[in-house]
Design a protein. Structure first.
Length: 283
């Protein structure tokens, strides 16, 4: 059951036998109540003698009202919320912040009553401070220091040659609500060299991403690139004994140019031979 909002305290008239001149009586409100119109929970009343009437009376009011103590409703929080079920003495207020903000202060406050002060929340109003992830740092990558480092701020980065971020060369880091940067680290590319060896090729590494596959039986060479998904740019055919042929569909642009030039020169030589033969026959 809720508290009664108002209580009345009425003093009985003093008698000459029961009260002495200047005798003081104290009024006490129940716990959680205070005297109406004041910040006090008690009141002292003096018994005085009226000489003309030759009687004793209580000086001041005869009836006192005790009202239930109520705290002010807490103000709303910037970037946060306040939950209050009641504002009576003993009620509790709960404070929380939105995602990306940290609470500065205590998350609870209780409505209390002190005589002489009145009602108030026993803890100061907290505030919500935006999450800051601090400077962005990572290895094996190139990036520009971000202008902002607070919640949801972003910074783009590019992995150095030979490294990738979850199958991509470039990616971005985001400041998470936990106060940490969320990103994919740049890890070394790891194409399987065994695939080349198993196909009958030798391997020569030119750079972190470039490889030369040389057919062991014919000496034919082909350039391979380790892609960011850890797969080779070409799918090599089996390098069998006596042949070093590689399907044109599996060659990169440089190899196709070389083959095209060779074919063109071969056709040109054949054409010249045929032309010379025709001229000789006409003679």
């Amino acid at each position: 059951m809720g508290k009664t909002q108002r209580q009345s305290v009425e003093l009985s008239p003093p008698t000459n036998r029961s009260s002495l001149l200047k005798y003081t009586s104290t009024i006490y409100c129940d716990t959680g109540y205070l005297l109406e119109g004041s910040v006090y929970t008690t009141a002292s009343i003096i018994c005085e003698h009226l000489a003309r009437e030759d009687k004793y009376v209580w000086k001041g009011n005869q009836i006192y009202q005790c009202i239930v103590g109520v705290c002010k409703v807490p103000s709303q929080m910037a970037n946060g919320k306040v939950s209050v079920g009641s504002t009576l003495v003993g009620a509790k207020a709960l404070f929380g912040c939105n995602d990306g903000f940290n609470l500065v202060g205590l998350f609870t406050s209780i409505c209390v009553l002190h005589s002489g002060i009145g009602t108030f929340w026993n803890n100061p109003m907290p505030s919500c401070e935006v999450v800051d992830c601090g400077p962005f740092k990572m290895t094996n990558a190139e990036y520009t220091d971000p202008y902002l480092t607070t919640y949801l701020s972003e910074v783009g980065y590019k992995c150095i040659p030979g490294f990738h971020a979850e199958g991509a060369e470039t990616a971005k880091a985001v400041c998470h609500k936990t106060g940490n940067w969320s990103y994919y680290p740049c890890t070394a590319l790891a194409c399987s060299v065994e695939e080349i060896v198993d196909a009958g090729y030798g391997v020569v590494k030119k750079s972190p991403m470039k490889y030369i596959a040389k057919c062991n039986s014919t000496g034919y060479e082909v350039s391979l690139t380790c892609l960011y998904n850890n797969s080779w740019s070409l799918q090599l055919p089996l390098c069998s004994s006596g042949t070093g042929a590689v399907s044109a569909a599996n060659l990169d642009s440089n190899n196709l140019i070389v083959i095209g030039v060779c074919v063109t020169l071969t056709l040109l030589v054949v054409f010249v031979i045929i032309l010379v033969s025709i001229i000789m026959l006409k003679r």
